[in-house]
Design a protein around this ligand. Structure first.
Ligand SMILES: [Fe+2]
Ligand SMILES: [Fe+2]
Length: 273
């Protein structure tokens, strides 16, 4: 019988270690040629998370939970280090010590928030302490709605300004997700009274609709970028990265829906492209 702790740990580490590895690459691409020290640091993080990712894939559901617990601790340390690196970078950018470099401050803050999220997930897993469902629903949505709103802003700012229609669409997603984030924050401040089944269920339904359409937009953008059909400075891997994060958020929403109502959400078929 598969151990729930092992399954959840492997799932999280496999997903997020790849994300951390890719952040190292994106940050590196934004440095100037003379920032050799920062480039080296980014390369080191890339290698560290690549190793972690490979190890996470080598473990199986039958691996001893104690081994996984120690592995999680190790990963936690690596994630703490990359978090420190990202915050150091943010400091350098905001004090104008990297003039001409190409990482937006919001992007650096964003990737540090994702590292912090991953680190907290690892602590929760190892402590065996999960938030009560109504709190988890609100907190995870507040976190991911902001992530989605940021993605829309990055896409809008990294598309070529001449791609007017796509920029407009990205800006409209940015606005939608800012609104959804405010709604989530309102629900957050009204808790515990707001944590009724109908309100939480409606909250998940509404968020799911918007995340699906953003996910589809990202998929289209990714395909267009890969086929070199649109003008942008978006790395194809970045386009795929933000698409995967939207898919991850959708899976979390579905999991909450199931825990809340017992209804397995209807996943649309993959035939619609
Ligand atoms: Fe990311
Ligand atoms: Fe992200």
């Amino acid at each position: 019988m598969p151990d729930e702790f092992v399954a959840r740990s492997l799932e999280e580490v496999r997903f997020w270690s790849r994300i951390m590895k890719e952040h190292s690459l994106f940050l590196k691409l934004g440095f100037r040629c003379e920032d050799t020290q920062l480039i080296n640091e980014a390369n080191q993080f890339y290698a560290i998370f690549e190793t972690i990712e490979n190890r996470a894939h080598a473990f199986t559901l039958g691996t001893d939970p104690n081994t996984i617990k120690r592995f999680n601790e190790e990963v936690h340390i690596a994630v703490s280090h990359i978090w420190v690196f990202k915050r150091k970078l943010l400091g350098l950018i905001l004090t104008c010590q990297l003039p001409g470099a190409n990482n937006f401050p919001l992007l650096v803050d964003h990737v540090s928030r994702e590292a912090n999220y991953f680190r907290n997930r690892l602590s929760e897993l190892n402590l065996g302490k999960l938030e009560p469902l109504p709190d988890a629903i609100i907190d995870e949505n507040v976190f991911f709605l902001r992530i989605m709103a940021d993605h829309a802003k990055f896409i809008s700012h990294l598309l070529d300004p001449s791609e007017r229609k796509l920029v407009e669409q990205a800006n409209s997603f940015s606005h939608d997700f800012d609104q959804l984030l405010f709604q989530a924050k309102d629900l957050e401040s009204m808790r515990p009274q707001s944590q009724t089944l109908p309100l939480l269920d409606q909250f998940l339904d509404q968020n799911r609709v918007s995340v699906k359409s953003l996910r589809d937009f990202k998929k289209t953008a990714r395909d267009l970028i890969q086929a070199c059909r649109i003008k942008s400075i978006i790395h194809p891997l970045l386009a795929d990265h933000v698409f995967r994060e939207a898919e991850h958020f959708l899976a979390i929403i579905d999991m909450f829906e199931y825990s809340l109502t017992g209804n397995a959400p209807v996943r649309e078929s993959n035939t619609i492209e």
